[in-house]
Design a protein around this ligand. Structure first.
Ligand code: HEM
Length: 141
């Protein structure tokens, strides 16, 4: 009797852990976590865009954004999971294409920051915002 209830408790714990892990609450960060981190980094860069003395710190943030994007491009938005199976593969390619475009802009941004090119920093940040809107309109629930 005692061992039966211990076993049930054990399995309940395993199910909880597996469930939490698959939702990104434990273990690896979810897409939502990574997007949120990227948002914080982009906002930090944008805040300092008129002050060239912040640029060396921003170069490091752009590098962190690139690392996040490398993970993000392997993740699947809930909106795609919820789609009809027949549409998922093509939608995932579109998602990955947009994320790769953000990555391209992020590399340009790092270069502009390194060169202290305020006009280009501002321009690339605006292009990023436009891609963010495009991605969110299509894939954010
Ligand atoms: C520089 C560009 C981007 C920034 C700064 C950004 C930032 C964010 C932020 C702050 C969130 C909300 C996270 C939260 O709820 O805590 C989010 C969610 C999301 N973003 Fe982005 N994003 C960008 C580009 C994109 C692109 C291009 C796509 C799609 C191709 C995309 C897809 C999503 C999705 C699907 C979510 C919802 C995640 C979830 O709640 O599971 N984002 N993003």
């Amino acid at each position: 009797m005692k061992s039966n209830s211990s076993r049930s408790l054990f399995f309940a714990l395993v199910i909880f852990l597996v469930g939490s892990y698959s939702h990104g609450e434990m273990g690896l960060p979810s897409l939502k976590d990574n997007m949120s981190s990227m948002g914080t980094l982009v906002n930090g860069i944008a805040k300092g865009m008129n002050d060239v003395t912040t640029y060396s710190k921003s170069v490091a943030s752009a590098e962190d954004i690139r690392k996040l994007l490398e993970v993000i491009v392997t993740q699947v938005p809930d909106s795609i999971e919820a789609m009809n199976k027949s549409k998922q593969a093509s939608e995932l390619l579109i998602f990955q294409g947009l994320i790769t475009q953000v990555e391209g802009l992020d590399i340009q941004l790092a270069g502009a920051l390194e060169n202290g090119d305020k006009v280009m920093v501002t321009g690339v940040l605006n292009d990023m915002l436009a891609l963010k809107k495009k991605g969110h309109d299509r894939f954010k629930l």
